[in-house]
Design a protein around this ligand. Structure first.
Ligand code: AMP
Length: 175
């Protein structure tokens, strides 16, 4: 299936073309339409099969077509800082023509990063990619505003459970 068949926003299609993607991979073909239809999806696919774009593209498309300023539009929870950085970079390429704001929030960074993260969680950012521990640190400070959240993604959910993040994830889901 070609990406032009998904009815994506034109700015997103430009980003897809610039990333040199032509055809959707099997996992993308299966999960993009139900996510675009507003359904909850559980998908299992190995690394290298295009699973990141399988959730990023419909989420980005939804936020482009139903843009709300000053809110966190999508929260993507991931097990490691490496994955958070990788997803952010992936998104930068795809959103080159879209002007969607995003930030990766993970532990081990300096005070300046913490301030930027706090601002995004308070004032909004289209897409936030976070590790559970760092998100909990922000939640405990009481300023996180998730009232406009449209999408929630648990990436590598099995690995997060293996790493003992269940309680943290439940706290984030409650928030
Ligand atoms: P992932 O499985 O999400 O780690 O993606 C593996 C690699 O495939 C990444 O470098 C993506 O940029 C690339 N990729 C994802 N979807 C496509 C696609 N439809 N066509 C070509 N490359 C893709």
């Amino acid at each position: 299936m070609r990406f032009t068949e998904f009815n994506f926003h034109s700015n997103l299609l430009e980003g897809i073309e610039a990333s040199n993607y032509e055809n959707a991979t099997p996992v993308q073909e299966q999960v993009i339409p139900p996510i675009m239809a507003g359904k909850d999806v559980i998908a299992s696919a190995q690394t290298g099969t295009g699973k990141t774009a399988a959730f990023l593209l419909p989420v980005m498309n939804g936020l482009l077509t139903n843009h709300v300023d000053g809110k966190v539009g999508a929260l993507i929870i991931v097990p490691t800082r490496e994955l958070a950085i990788q997803i952010s970079q992936h998104m930068e390429g795809l959103s080159y023509f879209s002007h969607l704001s995003s930030i990766a929030i993970y532990g081990g960074t300096d005070a300046q990063s913490f301030v930027a993260e706090k601002k995004a969680l308070q004032m909004g950012a289209d897409i936030i990619v976070c590790t559970p521990g760092r998100m909990i640190a922000h939640l405990n400070m009481g300023y996180v505003n998730m009232k406009g959240l449209q999408y929630l993604v648990l990436d590598e959910a099995d690995r997060m459970l293996d790493m003992g993040f269940q309680d943290d994830i439940n706290k984030i889901l409650q928030a």
